[in-house]
Write a new protein. Structure first.
Length: 389
């Protein structure tokens, strides 16, 4: 059996895929109605975009009596973005793209005298122009506007101005709905991603501790765990950027209506957990080198390795405790005196083991000393008294 055939057989059947999709939709729907979260934010933004499109259609088509009120709702629904600031930026880009599309379509039709010739002349230029970084992801609206303009065969100066005016109307409605109706503010995402990073760091340390204690050096698994931790850190950085942008141009009273957290973890916490991620990456790299029999350093063994595994286990527990604190109360760190005493005892055992290894040769001392230093770095970043003292 070929690899392609095996891959095809592993793919879910259509009914199973539909069932899985339905279950995922059901979970998302329950989460949206259960309480605040990403699912509810997505539902609110979707309803706001729909409301903006309906309102723009009513204003342009009913109140203003435009028989082809398409541009206004089209622009309005697109401009209900994830943040108010991004709505403004996207509005400027989209209006610029729409102007370019309408003007180039009119010029092309005047030059060629036929709709087909105008399409052939203007659309390739507009598609190329869509790749200009200044347009962002709104550049393609230049080409679609040109096609819409040419399909109506009305390309005079007044018609072009009419379409641009409708686009501006839709932009105003979309931005107003996004800014004044439950404005999107992404404070919760920072706390959730920071807690997830702390939880993931604890999981990696627990995995390392268990493998060292059992004598199963899963080098590939450690590398994958370290990579997952890096992705968690990138997600935190992205959430911090969204949080920062969502607070721009958003009034304080509007934020209070959302019942969002009064504050978010400071950016110093991001930097601290970035250092924790770096220390764990260095720790896994040292263990990978020590597991390679062809390398010169010799991995520690016996009671000293068990003590090191116990120390990693306690540091992982501290990471989990901070994750729980972030999701629950967001209060101050309170050290666990029992865990603190156990950590100090283990550190003493490891330092004694390091002195013992130093008397036996430099090879074992090199690895154990490096591992102990990395554990000290992790301890100082994750344990409250380690950070203060």
């Amino acid at each position: 059996m070929t690899g392609v055939t095996e891959a095809l057989r592993r793919q879910p059947r259509p009914t199973q895929a539909i069932r899985q999709g339905a279950h995922a939709f059901g979970r998302a729907a329950r989460a949206a109605f259960r309480g605040p979260g990403r699912e509810r934010d997505l539902l609110v933004q979707s309803l706001k975009a729909s409301a903006a499109a309906i309102l723009a259609w009513l204003v342009a088509g009913v109140w203003m009596g435009d028989p082809m009120a398409l541009m206004a709702p089209w622009v309005a629904v697109v401009l209900v973005q994830a943040t108010v600031f991004s709505s403004l930026i996207q509005a400027v880009r989209q209006l610029a793209a729409i102007c370019c599309g309408a003007v180039l379509a009119s010029v092309a039709l005047a030059v060629t005298g036929s709709t087909l010739g105008a399409v052939a002349l203007s659309v390739p230029l507009l598609v190329l122009l869509a790749n200009w970084p200044r347009f962002g992801d709104q550049g393609i609206y230049g080409a679609t506007t040109a096609l819409f303009t040419l399909s109506t065969s009305t390309v005079g100066v007044s018609e072009v101005g009419h379409r641009v005016g409708q686009a501006a109307l839709g932009a105003v409605i979309g931005i107003a709905v996004n800014a004044f109706v439950l404005p999107p503010i992404h404070l919760r995402d920072v706390r959730e991603n920071l807690a997830a990073l702390a939880r993931e760091a604890g999981d990696v340390l627990h995995t390392l501790a268990g493998d060292l204690r059992d004598g199963e050096w899963d080098v590939q698994g450690w590398s994958h765990a370290s990579a997952r931790l890096e992705r968690r850190l990138e997600a935190l950085r992205s959430a911090r950027g969204w949080s920062r942008e969502s607070l721009r141009l958003t009034a304080g009273p509007r934020r209070a209506v959302r019942r969002l957290p009064a504050s978010i973890p400071p950016e110093q916490d991001d930097e601290r957990w970035s250092r924790v991620t770096g220390h764990i990456r260095a720790l896994t790299r040292t263990l990978v080198v020590a597991a390679d029999e062809d390398r010169a350093p010799v991995a520690p063994a016996g009671p000293v390795l068990d003590a090191y595994a116990d120390l990693l286990q306690l540091i992982g527990d501290a990471c989990h405790a901070e994750s729980d604190r972030l999701l629950a109360t967001g209060g101050e760190d309170h050290p666990d005196d029992h865990a603190e005493a156990a950590m100090r005892e283990l550190r003493g055992q490891l330092q004694d083991g390091l002195r013992e290894h130093a008397g036996q040769g430099a090879e074992g001392t090199t690895v154990l000393g490096t591992l102990l230093l990395q554990a000290e770095n992790l301890w100082s970043e994750t344990v409250p008294t380690g950070r203060n003292g």
